[in-house]
Every structure is written in structure tokens, then in C-alpha cells.
Design a binder for this molecule. Structure first.
Ligand code: R5P
Length: 292
């Protein structure tokens, strides 16, 4: 039986960047041309970072606050996002094909908010992903969850499908309600996703030792926004995540539930791509919000 590895200290060398071997994204130098091209549609090659707008919440919780009318609330934000993360139902029904720079498609589903969320399956055919010209696929991985093995297997199957056509997979580390959200957990979850083939990983920010999560994950990490925070706090979190090694954000509620979503996404973009400090970004948010 394997033993739990509790030995401390471990050495993550957070201050030494991973080698790029000729491509701007961490861990991606040996990928095929198509996969690199798709990743370049999500991550800006100039900055190496991304602002993804996550609006896929309806796949398990229905019309989430702020997403009641995607045509009215979200479509006007698309010019400010590098990529849109959504479901195929919303994409086809509501998103103009001319609008987003790239699409990261929700590829798992099954249980609603009323049931055990880790009980997911792959919910998309790879041919449909090709038809929609997606830049990447997204799937939950429930490390420590009730259906942990199935969710990992869903991810590895999706990675295999994606590799056939050059479509990267973003693993989303989904944390059970009663589980500890700390760096130790996210190091474990992110590394498992990367080891088993995810081309990038979405995970939550933790104030303590987040740099060890990014340093020990050999592929890019994008920060999930999580529940709605006051704007300055959300901008501070995004700023800290990028400073501590995240390759950007995949934010939902902290953008579309903001009092001024268009101002907020522009402020987030300046933090992510131009390293604007949180207070300056907040000032920008206030300025843009009053202009609107
Ligand atoms: C959650 O499971 C969904 O996949 C969302 O895309 C995302 O993680 C939520 O975004 P946010 O937490 O920023 O609202």
C-alpha cells in the first residue's frame, strides 16, 4: 500500500520559473501545433495570461443571479474577455458567433445542485466540440469527493479525446462542501490533474502558500473567482494570484454579480495583463462605473 507523504519541508522553489523550452506557456512546449494555437486563443501570447469569463453555472444550478438573461448581462462583456467559459446550450442559443475571442466549453454534467455534485459524467461529444470550434474543454475533478475516481476517469477520457484533435482540457478542481480549502489540498488536486494529462487547471486562490500550488503544478493554473466579494477584495485576490504564479483568472460571480460588470471585467483585465495594483484597479473600476 502506498503511504501518505507527509514529510516536511518540501521544496517547491517558488521563485524559480519553470523552463519554457520555446513556447510561452508553462509545460506546453511539446504540444502539437493545433493545441498550441488553441491555447494561444485563450492565453494572450503577449502577456502569457488570460481573463476567462465563467458563465457555465447554469449547468448544475439553473438561472444563477446575474445570468438570468445572458443576452443582456453577458454578451456586452465579451469584448473585454480573452475567453468565454460556457455550456453548449447557452453558446448556441445566445452567444453571437462573432462575439467571443475563444470559447472554453463545459464538457461535464449530470447532477443538479439538489444532488451529489461529484456524480458527473462527460456530457459532450468531441465532434460537437469541433463543430463549435472550441478552444478548450472544461471538466470538474472532485479529488477527495464521493465520486473521485469517476471524475478523474472522466477527465482522462476527455484528455484522450482532446489529444486526438488538438483540443486542450482544463481540469476544474471542485471542492466538496466540508473539505478543507488550503494549499495542501490544492497542491494535491492540481498536481493530480496535470499528471493525468490536463493541459491547464482551474483552482481556487488560498491566501497562504498559493505560490506552492502554482510552483508544483507543471501546467498553467487559472484562478477561479468563487463567491462574490467586494470589488476591491476580488481585485486584490486576482492580483495576488497572478503575482504568485497564476496564468490568469476564470472568474464568474465576481464579474457578473458586480454592481458594474463591464467596469469590473476591465479592471480585472488590467490587473491580470498589466499588473495594475489592486487600489489603482479599484480606482479604474470606480471611474469606468461612473462613466457608464
Ligand atoms: C463551477 O463549477 C463552474 O464551473 C464555474 O465556471 C466556476 O468555477 C465558477 O466561477 P466563479 O466561482 O468565479 O463564479
Amino acid at each position: 500500500m502506498p503511504e501518505t507523504d507527509n514529510r516536511e519541508p518540501k521544496h517547491y522553489f517558488e521563485h524559480i520559473p519553470a523552463p519554457d523550452y520555446g513556447f510561452f506557456l508553462k509545460g506546453a512546449s511539446s504540444f502539437d501545433w493545433g493545441m498550441k494555437n488553441r491555447l494561444s486563443q485563450i492565453f494572450n501570447p503577449r502577456t502569457g495570461h488570460t481573463v476567462m469569463l465563467a458563465i457555465d453555472h447554469g449547468y448544475f444550478q439553473g438561472p444563477t443571479t446575474g445570468l438570468e438573461r445572458v443576452d443582456l448581462g453577458i454578451v456586452p462583456l465579451l469584448p473585454y474577455a480573452d475567453a468565454l467559459m460556457c455550456t453548449r446550450g447557452i453558446l448556441r442559443s445566445t452567444i453571437p458567433p462573432t462575439a467571443p475571442r475563444s470559447v472554453v466549453m463545459r464538457a461535464s454534467g449530470g447532477p443538479s445542485i439538489l444532488k451529489e455534485l461529484s456524480d458527473e459524467e462527460i456530457a459532450l461529444d468531441i465532434e460537437d466540440a469541433l463543430r463549435m470550434n472550441v478552444a478548450a474543454l472544461a471538466i470538474q475533478v472532485f479529488i477527495g469527493g464521493e465520486f473521485e475516481t469517476r471524475s478523474v476517469h472522466n477527465m482522462t477520457r476527455l484528455v484522450d479525446m482532446g489529444l486526438r484533435y488538438g483540443i486542450p482540457v482544463m481540469a476544474v478542481t471542485a471542492v466538496g462542501k466540508n473539505m478543507a480549502r488550503d494549499a495542501r489540498y490544492f497542491r494535491l488536486a492540481c498536481r493530480i490533474c496535470a499528471e493525468l494529462g490536463a493541459q491547464f487547471v482551474k483552482t481556487y486562490y488560498v491566501p497562504e502558500d498559493f505560490a506552492t500550488v502554482t510552483a508544483s503544478c507543471p501546467v498553467p493554473i487559472v484562478m477561479a473567482g468563487g463567491k462574490k466579494l467586494p470589488e476591491l477584495e476580488a481585485l486584490t485576490m486576482a492580483c495576488n494570484a497572478v503575482k504568485e504564479g497564476a496564468a490568469g483568472v476564470d472568474m464568474g460571480r465576481n464579474i457578473f454579480q458586480s454592481d458594474a460588470p463591464a467596469a469590473m471585467i476591465q479592471a480585472v483585465a488590467r490587473v491580470v495583463h498589466e499588473q495594475l495594483e489592486p487600489v489603482e484597479a479599484y480606482e479604474l473600476y470606480q471611474e469606468l462605473r461612473h462613466q457608464a
